[in-house]
Structures are given as C-alpha cells and as structure tokens.
Design a protein around this ligand. Structure first.
Ligand code: HEC
Length: 171
C-alpha cells in the first residue's frame, strides 16, 4: 500500500517537473514552422532603418520587407479601402524579413539576411499573446523566441486597436 502511494507520488513529481521544464522553455505556444512559400506572397511594404535616429536601429537596423498570405492581404486591403481599423481573421500569416542595408554608391540595397519573423493568427491557440503566434528565425533556421510576450508581443501592444499590426498596405 505504502509502496504504491510512494510510486504514485514519484510519478506525479516527474510529471510536474516535466511540465514545469516545458513551461520554462516556452511560456506560451509559438509557431514552429516558417511557411515554405512566403517569398511568393503579397508584398505589403518595405522599410529601411538606416540610422540611430530611429529607436529600433539597434535591433532592426537594415532593409525589411513585409509579406502577407492571401487571408492577411485581404484584411490589409479591406482596412485601407474602408478606412477602417485592421482586423485579421484566423489563418492570417504575416512575415517580416530583415536584411543588412548595403550602401551601393548611394543606393541602399538588401545585403545578407539577418532574421525572418512571423505572426500567425489563431485566436484560440495563441489567445495568451493577442491571438497571434510569434516566432523568428536566424538565416540558418534557428528559432529565436523563448518568451513571445516579452520578446515580441509587448512592443506590438500599442497597436491593439489594429489587431497588433503596425504596417499598412498602400495601393
Ligand atoms: C521594439 C519593438 C518591436 C519588437 C520587440 C518586435 N517588433 Fe515586430 N514590428 C515592430 C514595428 C515598429 C513593426 C512595423 C515595421 C514597418 O511598419 O515597416 C513591426 C512589424 C512586424 C511584423 C509585420 C506586421 C506588422 O505588425 O506590421 C511582424 C510579422 C513582426 N513585427 C513580428 C515580430 C516578432 C515575431 C517579434 C519577436 C521576435 C517582433 N515582431 C518584435 C516593432 C517590434
């Protein structure tokens, strides 16, 4: 009897430890795969953060492009056409790709890739982080997000009224 309950206690402890470790590794669920065809998606906008005048120079200095899948593109366009706030349905995926800015005799062009970041809308799965799943990868494919709230979501929060999305589509 005592042995059985000891065994149960031990099993419970193992389960709890595993759950705790898993939680420590990843505080909230995040996407694990970058869609293969993102480079063929709709280009939403491009930005060049080229000097320390910009508060994000340290982290995001370089040339970045934003791409959206079909569902997200429709939502961007709808907001633009109706002069309404942005609202993205589940299934929306947005990609932010950052390259080094290379000065080619007075023209800034994209150099080496620095990072690819992604937002995936699934209001149930990612409810803890605004309904969006957040992830970023190095050019070698190493995932970078351990704490989506702290590393990504916090900075996007001021855009709450626009479904946490900064960028706008222009015709
Ligand atoms: C310090 C603030 C900050 C942090 C931290 C941040 N972002 Fe962003 N993010 C921005 C800004 C500002 C833009 C808009 C850039 C533009 O309009 O060209 C943006 C744009 C994006 C976009 C394109 C959609 C949009 O909102 O315009 C994606 C996707 C994205 N970020 C993902 C991430 C991920 C994933 C992380 C965490 C690894 C992250 N971001 C961390 C500020 C931040």
């Amino acid at each position: 009897m005592l042995r059985t309950s000891l065994k149960i206690t031990a099993a419970l402890l193992v389960a709890l430890t595993l759950a705790f470790t898993a939680q420590q590794e990843q505080k909230s669920p995040v996407p694990t795969e970058l869609p293969k065809d993102w480079r063929d998606w709709t280009h939403i906008k491009t930005g060049v953060i080229y000097s320390e005048k910009h508060p994000l120079f340290e982290a995001f200095g370089g040339v970045h492009h934003i791409y959206a899948n079909k569902i997200a593109t429709e939502a961007y366009k709808k907001a633009h056409n109706e002069k309404a706030k942005k609202m993205f349905p589940d299934g929306s995926v947005i990609v932010f790709v950052l390259y080094e800015a290379k000065d080619e005799g007075g023209m800034f062009v994209a150099g080496n890739k620095k990072v690819v970041a992604i937002m995936v809308k699934d209001s149930k799965k990612y409810s803890a982080t605004g309904g969006w799943g957040w992830q970023a990868w190095t050019p070698e494919g190493k995932p970078l997000v351990k704490d989506a709230e702290e590393q990504c979501f916090t900075c996007h929060k001021p855009m709450r009224e626009n479904d946490y999305v900064f960028s706008d589509w222009l015709p």
